[in-house]
Design a protein around this ligand. Structure first.
Ligand code: ATP
Ligand code: MG
Ligand code: FE
Length: 346
């Protein structure tokens, strides 16, 4: 099927078009620069930016794919989770286009879309699989038996998300926002073993209750204390070493728990999605650890890891192909949409 996907859950306005598993267009407008000076996404600013960008981004995607709205078989839109006002812009636009062009509309889960996007890179998902979702707002391990039926949460962060930790540490190092890409870059010149930062929820007593859960707020605090101590002593802060050591702590825990989840469930495929999946060290470490246990790792290319419209189209395409009923035209923008619902029931 030819499916158009609309994404507006955070600060990226995305419109993607796919045919089956083939990506035809992925138009993106970001308001990230407007948020940079606040050190985080400002919801009102994001909503207004979506409003300005949605129509031109839609036009760009259709041009890029060389199709018209009339050619599209279905429209998918992120229904949640995300920022309420931001979601509302995409949902309202999608309803307008669906109504005007008389197309079925699917309200989909943004997090499931971060998993589904991998099909555009590597083809059909081998199921069952374990998916590790690591982004600005979430860090979860999920068991995926059949993505169209939902996912089973295995564990999640009990405090900060992995991307949030990257953003907060970058901020305290004065590296700007968003933090992930800068830390990734600076870490390349640093020593990952320079500083022994804590690995949250990996001690035997924590593993008993939190085997597949994550915790990154202690790590963030440890980095802050370490940096403060250096500054108090009048010593320069070795940004590259701090970046590399922090990144290593995050990636070490994420990959260890992801592989453990695969082994515990007898699953041979690990899919990594979400903005933090763009991290170069995470990708390398996951490959290395997985190989030892005969597990295949699938991570989409970095542009598909962060928010985009193609991921929404990819999930929509999967739902259409599976014969899932479309959502109703009064589908909600659901800012706290549960991970267990992949699309809004019709
Ligand atoms: P959610 O998907 O949970 O709603 P979100 O949509 O804001 O949150 P994404 O766009 O998927 O999140 O990811 C953004 C996050 O990914 C930011 O926290 C950013 O710092 C992080 N990130 C992006 N690139 C990298 C990288 N190379 N290394 C580490 N983190 C990264
Ligand atoms: Mg973003
Ligand atoms: Fe996201």
């Amino acid at each position: 099927p030819l499916v158009l996907g609309i994404e507006t859950s955070c600060d990226e306005t995305g419109v993607g078009i796919v045919r089956g598993h083939t990506l035809l267009a992925d138009a993106l407008a970001s308001s990230v620069e407007q948020h940079a000076r606040f050190g985080g996404v400002v919801p009102e600013v994001a909503s207004r930016a979506h409003l300005e960008a949605i129509v031109p981004t839609m036009r760009r995607a259709l041009d890029e794919a060389e199709v018209t709205l009339a050619d599209i078989d279905a429209i998918a839109v992120t229904s949640g989770p995300g920022l309420a006002g931001a979601l509302l812009v995409g949902v309202a636009a999608a309803k307008g286009y669906a109504l005007a062009a008389d197309k079925p509309l699917y309200g989909v889960n943004h997090l499931a879309a971060h998993v589904a996007v991998d099909t555009l890179e590597h083809g059909p998902l081998p199921e069952p699989a374990v998916a590790m979702l690591v982004s600005g707002g979430h860090s979860s391990l999920l068991l995926v038996d059949d993505l169209t039926n939902g996912v089973t949460p295995l564990g999640a962060t009990i405090d900060d998300a992995a991307g949030e930790a990257f953003d907060k540490v970058a901020r305290l190092l004065g590296l700007g926002f968003p933090g992930g890409p800068v830390i990734d870059r600076r870490a390349r010149e640093g020593d990952p073993a320079a500083i022994a930062f804590p690995r949250g929820l990996t001690a035997p007593k924590d593993l008993a209750a939190h085997r597949f859960d994550f915790s990154f707020s202690g790590l963030k605090t440890a980095v802050a204390r370490w940096v403060e101590a250096r500054e108090r002593d009048g010593e320069p802060v070795p940004v590259a070493d701090v970046s590399a050591s922090f990144q290593e702590a995050v990636c070490d825990v994420l990959t260890a728990k992801a592989i453990d989840a695969c082994r515990a469930h007898g699953v041979e495929t690990l899919i990594i999605g979400g903005g933090v999946a763009a991290n170069s060290r995470l990708r390398t470490l996951a490959e290395q650890k997985a190989e030892k246990h005969g597990i295949r790792v699938r991570v989409p290319r970095p542009q598909l890891c962060t928010d985009n419209g193609a991921m929404v189209a990819a999930l929509g395409s999967r739902l259409v192909a599976a014969g899932v009923a479309p959502s109703r035209l009064d589908l909600p923008a659901d800012s706290s949409m549960a991970l267990t619902s992949v699309s809004v029931a019709g």
